[in-house]
Write a protein that binds this ligand. Structure first.
Ligand code: PXP
Length: 238
């Protein structure tokens, strides 16, 4: 049974829309843990679009499950990772040139930079995962780079418009996933997973962890909306 990593970036997206103090992703992390999250995931982007440095520092203190920091292969963010010491770092593409057509980090083209970053993180005791496309050559390179885990990009499966397209993308994930576990890599999956499409990927043999963000935050907004309005209505009712 896979573990669930909950990505709380978009709680911070709502906060940053007003550059204010709520909703605080720290509170969301606590609630996510109460809901059964096995890990809390945040992406400290170089442009600080959602998660801020302060969030990562505070999360490091209060998260009791594993803290997974998604990060670009960048000197600045690597320095922050080395001083904050998340349990895990997942290297993801941020700049266009780091993205393959499918959207994972191209660890073949950028092998040298990735290796440097991986070595630094692992030297500090941080478990490293590479967010790559479900592609055998990328998985093979990840293994050569000495990481403990890969996270296969499920976006094309999630975005498939027809059943046939979804089947093709699902088979790619399953095949690359089996190859990854056969290499002794931990197999994580993520991006675009929703309440509708997640059941199928759970069935893939050997999946270690799913990372899900947008769909959970979206659902939270809606399932909590009626109560939120009711509580405000009470306050404005004399
Ligand atoms: N995994 C990785 C590596 C990601 O970059 C993201 C998006 O930040 C996710 C998982 C979560 O994707 P989603 O928000 O679509 O669930």
């Amino acid at each position: 049974m896979p573990l669930l990593g909950v990505n709380i970036d978009h709680v911070a997206t709502v906060r940053q829309a007003r550059r204010t103090i709520e909703p605080d992703p720290i509170h969301a992390a606590v609630l996510a843990e109460m809901g059964g999250a096995d890990a809390i995931t945040v992406h400290l982007r170089e442009d600080r679009r959602h998660i801020q440095d302060r969030d990562v520092r505070l999360l490091r203190d209060i998260v009791r499950v594993r803290l997974n920091l998604e990060m670009a292969v960048s000197d600045e963010i690597t320095r922050i990772a080395l001083s904050t010491l998340p349990d895990q770092a997942t290297l993801v593409p941020e700049r266009r040139e780091e993205v393959t057509t499918e959207g994972g980090l191209d660890v073949i083209t950028h092998a040298q930079r990735v290796r440097q970053c991986v070595d630094q993180l692992q030297g500090a005791g941080i478990l490293v995962s590479l967010f790559i496309d479900p592609d055998l050559a990328q998985v093979e390179k990840a293994k050569q780079l000495g990481v403990e885990a890969v996270e296969l990009h499920t976006g094309r499966y999630a975005d498939a418009k027809t059943r046939e397209e979804a089947d093709i993308e699902f088979d790619r994930i399953r095949e690359a996933g089996q190859f990854a576990t056969a290499q002794g890599l931990l197999l994580n999956l993520g991006h675009g997973l929703t309440y509708r499409n997640v059941r199928r990927v759970v069935e893939i043999h050997g999946v270690h962890e799913l990372n899900i963000g947008h769909s959970i935050v979206s659902h939270a907004v809606l399932v909590g909306f009626e109560r939120a309005v009711r509580e405000m209505k009470q306050l404005v009712t004399l």
